[in-house]
Design a protein around this ligand. Structure first.
Ligand SMILES: C[S@@+](CC[C@H](N)C(=O)[O-])C[C@H]1O[C@@H](n2cnc3c(N)ncnc32)[C@H](O)[C@@H]1O
Length: 265
């Protein structure tokens, strides 16, 4: 199966407008479909959460449908996301049990210097210039108490083993397609279609980013594009250190993503 091509961005679009059009509008438009593909915790995120001391309090910034909010019963986690559509999905999934609210990652409503930990998984790469990405990390850190820790994941430029094949030297600021199934024609509602649905929802390992699946012939589809900054090796830690508010505890690469654990100083 070949992937739809990614597109290069309109460079003269203001970063906040770029995010409005190519991040926020898109997540709202794809929310129910996107949410169906996001339910399984990524292993390093799960082990970060499970290694927090009992009764720690934390925030999940850009929590999507809140899939990390119930990983550990021993923690209290507040999730925020800019997408009202995804917050709504999280409320439905949890029957209103998750602590969720709509907020922008650059203006979180929480008190400063409060939380024991934070996570922000696959979010910072959606900010459309480096200053805003650093500011977003800084803002998360501002909510942590001293020595509080934060796990951040961003999509990597180095994805040579994935079918997309992005690699060092490629354009880092790109638009990535998400194929949204608009409507199924009657004819497609048979067992063959069930197979295609399973393919579309190859749920959900970290390396399986389910956003550029080729349309099946009998489906009516619409393609939406999301802005991503693909992080190259070392860049995420560099952005974090540029905040001058943290030290790096651990960093690594997992299935097309760079991750760091930061400690607030
Ligand atoms: C790839 S999804 C990841 C969702 C979730 N963290 C997960 O791992 O399933 C990216 C999320 O970032 C959110 N997001 C993007 N820009 C944001 C911003 N400025 N403030 C808050 N959330 C944002 C999107 O709405 C979306 O839910």
């Amino acid at each position: 199966m070949s992937a739809l091509p990614s597109l290069t961005i309109e460079k003269d679009l203001q970063p906040s407008l770029q995010e409005e059009v190519y991040v926020h509008d898109v997540y709202n438009a794809i929310a129910p479909h996107f949410s169906q593909t996001r339910y399984k915790p990524w292993p390093i995120v799960e082990s970060f959460l499970k290694s927090r001391p009992k009764y720690s309090i934390g925030i999940d910034v850009g929590c999507g449908n809140g899939k990390y909010l119930n990983v550990s019963e021993d923690l209290f986690i507040i999730g925020t996301d800019r997408s009202s559509g995804l917050i709504h999905c999280g409320q439905e999934i949890s029957k209103n049990k998750y602590n969720l609210s709509i907020a922008d990652g650059l203006s979180l409503p929480h008190p400063n210097n409060t939380f024991d930990f934070a996570i922000s998984i696959a979010v910072i790469h959606h900010f459309a210039n480096e200053n805003r990405r650093i500011e977003a990390i800084q803002h998360i850190l501002s909510k942590l108490r001293q020595n509080g820790q934060c796990l951040i994941y961003c999509w990597a430029l180095e994805q040579e083993s994935s079918r997309r094949g992005y690699k060092e030297g490629d354009e880092q600021d790109i638009l990535i397609p998400w194929v949204l199934q608009k409507k199924q024609k009657k004819k497609a509602r048979n067992s063959k279609n069930k197979t295609s649905k399973t393919n579309n929802h190859e749920k959900n390992s970290p390396d399986t980013i389910l956003d550029d699946i080729e349309p099946q012939p009998e489906e009516e589809v619409e393609t939406k594009y999301r802005y991503y900054h693909l992080y190259k090796k070392g860049e995420l830690a560099q952005n974090a250190l540029a905040t001058k508010s943290c030290k790096i505890i651990e960093e690594g690469y997992e299935k097309d993503n760079w991750w760091v654990i930061l400690e607030k100083i």
